[in-house]
Design a binder for this molecule. Structure first.
Ligand SMILES: [Mg+2]
Length: 417
């Protein structure tokens, strides 16, 4: 039988942090959002304490203290690096897979028996954990939607779950629709109002009724839950719509050189991601923020350019970004934050010939390939381009951020024997 599966890293950001701090295994750990505002990842211990995802940190201040919860700031360069290590190994084990998010991929697999499949998945789990050190769960069923549910079970039962059609059918009267991938909030309420509470209810409902009440989305959901795949595992990455990088400064900044350094940093981040995804961008915007308090509140803002021909050229985009800073920057204003936003992507492989190439010439610098090479070898942002000052004067201290174990030589973990 052919199965569709999900491989998912357990508590991914926390697991990345623990990879280099094995002393934290078994201890409660959370990772916080970029500005240390909210919880974005929780270890199992923290989940068990009932701390919800996304909770603002101030709401659990006492708990952090009382229970000794260890907090980390987000360290995306590290997570992205570990993610690509995981998927490099996954690629050797599962030739047909679709990377779905930073820590998750769908795959197809066939097997003669359930026992054989379970053994194969168990071996893969062990192999990935041996090679990368990140705990993963593998779950398979007949469709993507079923596999996503199977993965919830895998998380609670040793990391591997195989649901064959009979297993699934037996479960359907017990699975609330709200636990199904893509059903939540308003949609869940609409199903409930129609008297559909469990997966079995939805499967049993006449297709024509589903179609008239919930349209094509409902029909597809019903088919997926009934074991007929509506969503194929495609190796083409669903293109992202935009990428942003921004951060608050440690102190107010007035020098234009420092503002440009910050913008250059964020541009390198977004372009590295863009190139990693093999996309090109049309729109580039920068934004400068001022303090939320005081006289300068309304003095920041954003400016953008639209290129007729999509590009992924760092040199070209840097020039544009700096030109935008020159226009937006005001020497009298103390800035508190800077960021870069790109959108309007197209795949790198599609050559879009602009009608306006004369007026909108996009060059391509060999520096890009050089930078990609450095980034791949030494980690993101080892080599900086477009920097005006020696220190990163603008960089805010993410004080609890873990060292750049995988991306900076000086931060390599030291092994003592
Ligand atoms: Mg995960």
């Amino acid at each position: 039988m052919n199965y569709i599966g999900v491989i998912d890293c357990n508590n991914f950001f926390v697991s990345c942090e623990r990879l280099f701090r094995p002393d934290l295994v078994g201890k409660p750990v959370v990772v916080l959002s970029s500005n240390d505002g909210c919880v974005v990842a929780r270890s199992q211990e923290v989940k068990d304490m009932g701390v919800p995802m996304g909770v603002p940190i101030f709401q659990i201040k006492d708990m952090i203290k009382d229970k000794g919860i260890i907090t980390f700031s987000s360290h995306f360069a590290l997570y992205r690096d570990i993610s690509s290590r995981v998927f490099t190994v996954v690629k050797t084990l599962l030739p047909t897979r679709e990377i779905y998010s930073i820590d998750e991929a769908f795959f197809t697999i066939s097997a003669h028996s359930k026992a054989e499949l379970e053994a194969t998945l168990r071996a893969m789990k062990i192999e990935i954990e041996r090679q990368v050190g990140i705990p993963v769960s593998l779950a398979v069923a007949a469709t993507k939607t079923q596999a996503k549910y199977a993965n919830r079970l895998a998380k609670k039962s040793g990391g591997v779950t195989v649901l064959d059609p009979a297993d699934w059918e037996a479960l359907t009267p017990m699975i609330p629709l709200q636990n199904i991938w893509g059903v939540g909030g308003k949609l869940e309420m609409r199903y409930k109002n129609a008297g559909l509470v469990t997966v079995a209810d939805l499967i049993a409902c006449p297709k024509s009724r589903i179609a008239s009440m919930f349209g094509i989305v409902g029909v597809r959901l019903q088919a997926e839950l009934a074991g007929m795949p509506m969503y194929a595992v495609s190796e083409v990455h669903a293109p992202q719509k935009s990428i942003m990088s921004s951060r608050s400064f440690e102190k107010n900044v007035t020098e234009i050189a420092v503002v440009k350094d910050a913008v250059a940093y964020h541009l390198r981040q977004v372009v590295a991601e863009l190139r990693h995804l093999r996309l090109k961008t049309k729109n580039l915007s920068i934004f400068l923020g001022t303090s939320r308090h005081g006289d300068y509140l309304l003095r920041g803002g954003s400016l953008g350019v639209e290129n007729m021909t999509p590009t992924d050229d760092i040199v070209f985009l840097l020039k544009q970004a700096f030109a935008l800073v020159d226009r937006l920057y005001d020497a009298e204003v103390p800035y508190k934050k800077a960021g870069v936003y790109i959108s309007g992507f197209s795949p790198k492989t599609v050559i879009q010939q602009s009608l306006f190439t004369d007026t909108d010439e996009v060059t391509y610098s060999p520096i890009n390939d050089l930078l990609d090479g450095f980034n791949a070898r030494y980690g993101a942002d080892m080599v900086t381009i477009g920097t005006h000052t020696k220190e990163r004067k603008w960089q805010s201290k993410s004080e609890q951020k873990s060292p750049a174990y995988t991306t900076r030589w000086s931060d390599l973990a030291v092994v003592k024997t």
